[in-house]
Design a protein around this ligand. Structure first.
Ligand code: NAI
Length: 266
């Protein structure tokens, strides 16, 4: 049972692939909290078929959009505004993919065409989404825009490879765009830096399972789950957090503040 935290709010959720996806669990949470949503993912993800089940369960329109295509994003926002009968209040960008990681290229031997594609999918898409929404005046005053990120933007996690730079770029877009949107119409923009989470994207990183255990021990509260992340996102889409903008918010059980954990020494 929700608390009607998002009653009357409407928004688009990018990136639900299967029931492990942070976006999938967030979509369920937002609807439970009273929101009306549109689900979207890349055409290839729609062909896999899982997301249709979520759309049916939540009674949400499902619209295909490659987040690197301006044409697709234009059509997504047009169709969403039609479905909502007007503007919306929130957007979740939950998209990440690295070609060099997927193809197991070493960090000191990266393919630059793949790197550019990685940046396009994982970071520039966030700017594209925001620019499209702003130009269409699709977001209500005091709306909330979020993207998911990882602490490898600030510190070295060797196997995260070029995703580290993708996340640094993503976080920078949140700050810069957040300024312009706050001034224009009080829309806020933030990133959430989430604990390692067992999902398709997460498990693609080399040594993920061992690292997951390490991070869990290093975090005094343990790793934050996808469910806890969904709850945090719901608060950030709500009116209770309307003065928070241009921030990178750590949702990691305390990991980012730790220097040493005795559990690891043992
Ligand atoms: P996921 O694999 O379930 O989600 C990634 C999504 O990106 C998929 O739904 C995929 O279809 C979508 N996507 C890929 N290319 C796309 C494109 N061109 N257009 C539109 N969508 C596209 O994995 P997860 O973990 O839920 O990832 C969501 C976000 O959370 C990502 O930004 C990821 O980097 C971030 N994150 C994940 C962590 C983890 O350990 N799983 C930790 C911290 C952040």
């Amino acid at each position: 049972m929700g608390n009607n935290l998002l009653k009357g709010k409407k928004g688009i959720i990018f990136g639900a692939l299967d029931d492990k996806s942070i976006a999938w669990i967030t979509a369920e949470k937002c609807v439970e909290e009273g929101a009306e949503i549109v689900l979207t993912n890349a055409p290839v993800a729609l062909r896999m078929g899982e997301i249709q089940k979520l759309a049916e369960k939540l009674n949400a329109p499902l619209i295909a959009a490659d987040a690197t295509s301006e044409e697709d994003l234009n059509s997504l926002f047009d169709q969403s505004m039609e479905a909502f009968g007007g503007k919306m209040d929130f957007v979740l960008h939950s998209i990440g993919m690295s070609l060099n990681v997927r193809k197991k290229r070493d960090y000191s031997n990266l393919n630059y065409d793949w790197m550019l594609k990685t940046f396009d999918i994982s970071a520039i898409s966030f700017h594209r989404v925001m620019q499209t929404a702003m130009q269409k005046d699709a977001i209500n005053e005091w709306g909330s825009i979020l993207a998911l990120t990882y602490i490898a933007a600030q510190r070295v996690f060797p196997d995260y490879s070029e995703m580290a730079e993708s996340k640094a770029l993503l976080e920078s877009f949140a700050r810069s765009f957040g300024y312009h949107w706050a001034k224009k119409s009080h829309v806020r923009v933030n990133t959430i830096s989430q604990s390692p989470t067992i999902t398709t994207a997460g498990s693609g990183i080399k040594g993920f399972d061992d690292f997951f255990g390490y991070a869990d021990k290093m975090s005094p509260l343990g790793n934050a789950s996808a469910e806890a992340c969904a709850e945090y996102i719901a608060t950030l889409f709500s009116d209770y957090t309307r003065m928070v903008t241009m921030q990178n918010l750590f949702h990691d059980g305390g990991f980012s503040a730790m220097g040493m954990a005795p559990e690891i020494l043992e």
